[in-house]
Design a protein around this ligand. Structure first.
Ligand SMILES: NC(=O)c1ccc[n+]([C@@H]2O[C@H](COP(=O)([O-])OP(=O)(O)OC[C@H]3O[C@@H](n4cnc5c(N)ncnc54)[C@H](OP(=O)(O)O)[C@@H]3O)[C@@H](O)[C@H]2O)c1
Length: 430
């Protein structure tokens, strides 16, 4: 066997402790696969006294994790602190500078600074590995970058945030409101005290920006992701979606057309028959459309101690084996700067729910506004009749340009008989 590879772990929270457990419990299998053992030699966290539930005896403790980057014993720095800047970034940069490989689960860091880190790492001949940053336990980076490297991709999409998927599943099963489910999810520890990263789609957007880069060989462009979260999805929309044959999922979708990239994260209606509609609770899924492999669907746990640590250790095994591939599929200095396509130019079908006063002529007024903007209706559902009271009116619209849809909705919102802001959800016909 070759000499052991030595690693330093910064961050001993959910993921850091998980990595210690995997490396300990599967020590022999991992050593056999690598032809050498993977040994933790140093650790860092904020609170030195806290019991982590795992043995850290004999490991060098660093109060400041950035100092690990200068430890001559260390071959690989594993960054499991989090945050797009601050200590996590300083540590990764210092590690690369000192010729050490970096493994991280930090999607915010890679989404914001991935290109720069990749350039620095490749110039130094070290790896920056981040499998755990996208879809937790699903090895989607490896799949796109290696197993599917014979393909070109025009579209990759998926359920990239387990908290949102859990909440949407619960809303459908119980008919309860978003706020009730959110506070329950917070109590159970599925959602953070500040849930905005999850429910406003930012976490999914970080992951999508990374997937875009790997799939299309372009620089990571988080600012180019158009994001809308799930706060406005209500049980009534979920009920109508069911009736129309759809499920509502928060999806991240990246696609390439005419040299432009469209990156979007928003709630979508997807046919109940599509495999992604069957992915429920905290599970994630990623669908890849390759020009030779066709459609490949990956499903698994997107977060949590075990699945995330599994991905981190997968990266460590690659490094221990001496495997080195370009960070984002293509050499970092050859990554393209692809222009973003604005959502206003997106073409798609739409679900619209209006709350209207149930009186004669309302429907004709709405149809008139839609016609003015060249938007044509596919179906209309009005379940309740309550003369002069407010009732839901649901429309699905044929494929149209998003700007026309938005202009039509502006016009509809101004009608006297429309009593609430219209709700619009994009229908995806995958
Ligand atoms: N949790 C998941 O399921 C999951 C899934 C995918 C990716 N990730 C990513 O993995 C990373 C870690 O997540 P986590 O859930 O494990 O976080 P966590 O439980 O909050 O743990 C963070 C750890 O970082 C340590 N830390 C914070 N600031 C530090 C500093 N300045 N110096 C040294 N240590 C510091 C904390 O120390 P103390 O313990 O002493 O406070 C803690 O041990 C994040 O980038 C996250 O986005 C997490």
């Amino acid at each position: 066997m070759d000499k052991p590879i030595k690693i330093a772990i910064a961050g001993l929270g959910t993921v850091g402790v998980g990595v210690l457990k995997v490396l300990n419990d599967n020590k022999e299998a991992i050593a056999a696969r690598c032809g050498r053992s993977i040994e933790v030699c140093a650790i860092s966290a904020r609170d030195r006294t806290r019991d982590r539930g795992v043995s850290i005896e004999g490991l060098t403790w660093y109060d400041n994790p950035v100092d690990m980057a200068e430890d001559d014993n260390v071959d690989v720095v594993v960054e499991l602190i989090g945050g797009s800047d601050g200590t996590a970034k300083a540590l990764c940069e210092a590690a690369i500078e000192n010729g050490k490989h970096v493994v991280t689960a930090n999607k915010a860091l890679i989404a914001h600074h991935g290109t720069a880190l990749a350039k620095a790492a490749e110039a130094k001949g070290v790896n920056v590995s981040y499998e755990a940053a996208v879809a937790g336990g699903i090895p989607i980076i490896k799949a796109l970058r290696e197993g599917l490297a014979g393909n070109t991709f025009d579209r990759v999409y998926g359920i990239l945030n387990g908290t949102c998927n859990y909440m949407l599943t619960d809303m459908r099963e119980t008919g309860r409101d978003f706020d009730v489910i959110l506070s329950e999810a917070q109590d159970k520890g599925y959602a953070e005290a500040d849930p905005s990263f999850d429910v406003d789609g930012i976490d999914a957007a970080h992951k999508l920006a990374i997937l875009t880069s790997v799939a299309f060989g372009c620089e990571v462009n988080f600012e180019g992701v158009q994001v809308e979260g799930i706060r406005h999805v209500s049980p009534i929309d979920i009920e109508f979606a069911e009736e129309l044959g759809y499920r509502i999922k928060l999806l991240g979708i990246t696609s390439r057309k005419n040299g432009h990239v469209e990156q979007r994260v928003h709630p979508c209606m997807v046919s109940k028959e599509h495999p992604i509609s069957k992915v429920e609770d905290v599970f994630n899924a990623v669908v890849v459309e390759g020009n030779f492999v066709d459609r490949a669907v990956f499903e698994g746990r997107g977060a949590g101690e075990g699945p995330t640590a599994s991905a981190v250790v997968g990266d460590l095994v690659d490094i221990a084996r001496g495997l080195s591939v370009p960070t984002f599929s293509v050499a970092a200095d050859k990554l393209k700067k692809l222009p973003s396509s604005p959502l206003a130019r997106h073409k798609g079908s739409y679900y619209v729910r209006l709350m209207v006063l149930d009186r004669p002529g309302v429907f004709a007024d709405i149809a008139c506004v839609l016609k003015e903007h060249g938007v044509s209706m596919e179906t209309v559902v009005q379940r309740h009749h309550a003369p002069d009271k407010s009732v839901p009116l649901v429309l699905t619209l044929h494929e149209t340009q998003e700007q026309s849809m938005l202009d039509a909705l502006d016009g509809i919102a101004k009608l006297d008989s429309v009593v609430e802001t219209p709700r619009m959800i994009r229908i995806e016909d995958f």
